[in-house]
Design a protein around this ligand. Structure first.
Ligand code: ARG
Length: 289
């Protein structure tokens, strides 16, 4: 009898241990996270610290993909290019998005849309983040990362008019184009007196308007204006530079999703340190035809 109860005791002990073990097994990921919280500030480990695991990041990792919203009409930031016979979205923003996806260990899916629809898509959860040469603006109700790229603003005119429009004042009262929903709408109004503003969704449509002389000039970030001027003989880049003091491009996430922004900032810091952003820009400029 004694022997029997001893055997029973051993069996129940084993059972209890097995149960505890499975319970622990299930909790492994949260345990890591809790420990991660206690890491002293500045601890240098190769794995991103587990406190990066905001609910959004967990959701993205679970899905195995992160969805990028962009407006691929902005070379060299993001644009369409045929690669091996296939229409592909390329550009330095896309390389940054790929690096963030890689650091998260997930695939990158790209959704191309009108610039003006990006923040709506972000807040509706249709995309997880936005990289589109987007400038942090207090009126944009989303979270922004640090600035990863700074640029001046440039104006394109028809080559026939290159001696007509030489200064900002020459554009007074003229028909000026800017992308709908972009900060260039505001900037144009601020810098050009009595302008007649034409806001369209797509940069190529605005460029066509200049080519067909339906508008007199179009305002966009300088690298984009340079790219169009370099590839179109009938376009001319005005020799003026507009500075948008609060300018620069940042990664955007839905309001409240600071975890994803912190994560993006870490990737951006790394890319900056490695000199990768400059490299991405040079490579993207070379890809524009
Ligand atoms: N930087 C400007 C803004 O944030 C224009 C960006 C346009 N980007 C684009 N992919 N079309 O409003």
């Amino acid at each position: 009898m004694k022997k029997f109860s001893r055997i029973m005791a051993i069996i129940s002990f084993i059972l209890v241990m097995a149960l505890l073990f499975t319970a622990c097994g299930k909790k492994v990921s949260t345990d890591v996270e809790e420990n991660g919280d206690q890491l002293p500030v500045g601890t240098d480990i190769n794995e991103p610290p587990a406190d990066d695991e905001s609910p959004k990041i967990k959701e993205i990792k679970q899905a195995g993909k992160i969805v990028l919203g962009t407006s691929a009409d902005y070379p060299p930031y993001e644009f369409h290019k045929e690669i091996d016979g296939k229409d592909t979205i390329v550009g330095f923003d896309i390389e940054i998005a790929k690096a963030i996806a890689k650091d998260l260990g997930v695939e990158l899916e790209i959704k191309d849309m009108d610039f003006d629809g990006l923040l709506l898509a972000l807040n509706a959860g249709k995309v997880d983040f936005v990289i589109a040469g987007m400038t942090p603006d207090p009126e944009r109700d989303v979270e922004f990362s640090k600035i990863y790229y700074n640029a001046l603003q440039g104006l394109l005119v028809h080559a026939d008019n290159k001696d007509v429009y030489k200064t900002i004042d020459d554009l007074t009262g003229k028909r000026i184009g800017a992308q709908k929903g972009a900060i260039q709408e505001k900037l144009a109004k601020k810098e050009i007196k009595d302008l007649k503003l034409k806001a369209l969704n797509k940069i190529p449509d605005l460029v066509l308007e200049v080519k067909h002389k339906k508008i007199d000039a179009v305002l966009m970030e300088m690298p984009v204006a340079e790219a169009y001027a370099a590839n179109n003989d009938d376009l001319f880049l005005m020799p003026v530079e507009l500075i948008d003091e609060e300018g620069g491009s940042a990664v955007a996430a839905k309001r409240g999703e600071k975890g994803l922004i912190d994560f993006a900032n870490k990737t951006l810091d790394r890319l900056e340190k490695e000199g990768s952003i400059e490299k991405f820009v040079i490579e993207a400029v070379e890809m524009v035809e």
